[in-house]
Design a protein around this ligand. Structure first.
Ligand code: APR
Ligand code: PHB
Length: 389
């Protein structure tokens, strides 16, 4: 089989790239290890930057997002009982949209299927061949059938645990990593959100986040120990702990209910450089991971897709290699800014086991500076709504 762009991974990065390429008549085949239902079952965050919204509009996949998404002009930040608001629209003129990233993935699958997009599910033994040549290929099996996909380019959209990153030789690839000493215990409940905007809460018992999916579906998180398991936490224990971490006025109006999903996610910052090797291009979680404080995961994958899509368009439409040759440098410039913001916001809002008294004083002072300084709030707003592509 032959195609123009072989895309490894049928998560949001791979799907969005495939859909954008298709709109320009550029052929691709997506190779996905799991089933569609499995991919749609992955728990994902719920905040979209305008850059991602615009890409989804360009891909023709934004109708439901605009019909069901919730426009947020700001977010609340609390420290103990002190609560203040960061006004995105006042500082940047741009809101964010709250819409489950799982729904983004669902919309992308629907668009791919409507356009007859080629997606192979349950692929195994994916191997990348001759990426650093003008004739790359991907081999894989489905069941007991061996397949070989000849292509012009390979997009490694196969996430943190994929094979694409490993295809870049160790003497070419450099990896940067920070593992955080805590996780996020998250629940989904069919209850009205405690507040119409998100609340990022710092407390002496640790971080908490109040988010939502719609007016009757709430998403809450509390910082937890890495040794915790979801089954260690009853719903009641979760609600009691959440109430102790958010301002008392919010805790009093919190509507609790049974969890319909409960899971723990570890937190990590990770970047691999370069994001290109020959005709292999890494996109999204295959190249970088952020802690979810600020919801930069998919929103940073989106700018990778934007750069790669335009680079490939330039190649096929204008016979220019400029876009693909500058892809890694352009993508990494924005990746590192998202890494910095996610690390900064995580450092600001969480309790770290090794924090000294002085460290705690610095954290309190940093939050107080954010609460009282316009430039600090503008900086946070600009990063939160998404820096330019
Ligand atoms: N072969 C084929 N497919 C693979 C392989 C492989 N060897 N390894 C992984 N995959 C598939 C996974 O099954 C998954 O569906 O690649 C896909 C990668 O998808 P994600 O992990 O969701 O990564 P990405 O598409 O980059 O999405 C990034 O979305 O919701 C956010 O926070 C989330 O940051 C994440 C972002
Ligand atoms: C979510 O709604 O799941 C969410 C929102 C904001 C974050 C992380 C997760 O920073």
């Amino acid at each position: 089989m032959k195609t123009q762009v072989a895309i490894i991974g049928g998560g949001p990065s791979g799907l969005l790239l495939s859909q954008l390429l298709h709109k320009r008549g550029i052929e691709s085949v997506i190779l996905e290890r799991k089933t569609k239902d499995y991919v749609l079952g992955r728990i994902r965050a719920g905040v979209l930057e305008q850059g991602l919204v615009k890409l989804l509009e360009e891909a023709g996949c934004a109708d439901r997002l605009h019909a069901e998404g919730i426009v947020h002009d700001g977010t609340l930040v609390s420290s103990g009982d002190t609560l203040f608001r960061i006004d995105f629209t006042e500082h940047t003129g741009t809101p964010v949209i709250v819409y489950g990233q799982t729904e983004v993935t669902r919309d992308l699958y629907a668009a791919r299927e409507a356009m007859g997009g080629k997606i192979e599910f349950n692929v195994e033994n994916v191997e990348i061949h001759d990426a650093n040549s003008d004739a790359p290929a991907v081999t894989y099996t489905v069941g007991d059938q061996q397949h070989r996909l000849e292509c012009d380019f390979i997009a490694g959209c196969d996430g943190f645990h994929g094979v694409s990153r490993q295809a870049i030789p160790l003497d070419v690839r450099k990896e940067y990593e920070k593992v955080y000493p805590f996780g996020w215990l998250g629940i989904l409940s069919e209850t009205p959100p405690v507040n119409h905007e998100l609340i990022y809460a710092n407390s002496d018992r640790g971080f908490a986040l109040c988010s939502m999916r719609n007016e009757n579906l709430s998403r809450y998180y509390i910082q937890c120990s890495l040794s915790d398991k979801p089954e260690d936490w009853t719903d009641e224990a979760f609600w009691q702990e959440l109430k102790r971490r958010i301002p008392s006025e919010q805790a009093e109006k919190l509507v609790t209910g049974p969890s319909i999903e409960k899971s723990i996610a570890p937190l990590r910052s990770f970047v691999t450089e370069p994001m290109r090797w020959g005709r292999l291009f890494l996109c999204g979680d295959a190249a970088h991971i952020v802690p979810p404080t600020g919801a930069k995961g998919l929103n940073t994958a989106a700018s990778d897709v934007h750069y790669l899509y335009n680079g490939l368009r330039d190649y096929y439409e204008n016979n220019s290699r400029a876009g693909i040759d500058s892809y890694s440098q352009k993508a990494l410039a924005r990746v590192w800014k998202a890494e910095r913001f996610s690390w900064w916001f995580s450092s600001l809002m969480h309790r770290y086991p090794d924090q000294s008294e002085f460290d705690l004083k610095m954290q309190v002072a940093e939050i107080e500076f954010l609460r009282t300084n316009e430039a600090a709030q503008k900086s946070m707003a600009e990063n939160y709504v998404g820096l330019p592509y």
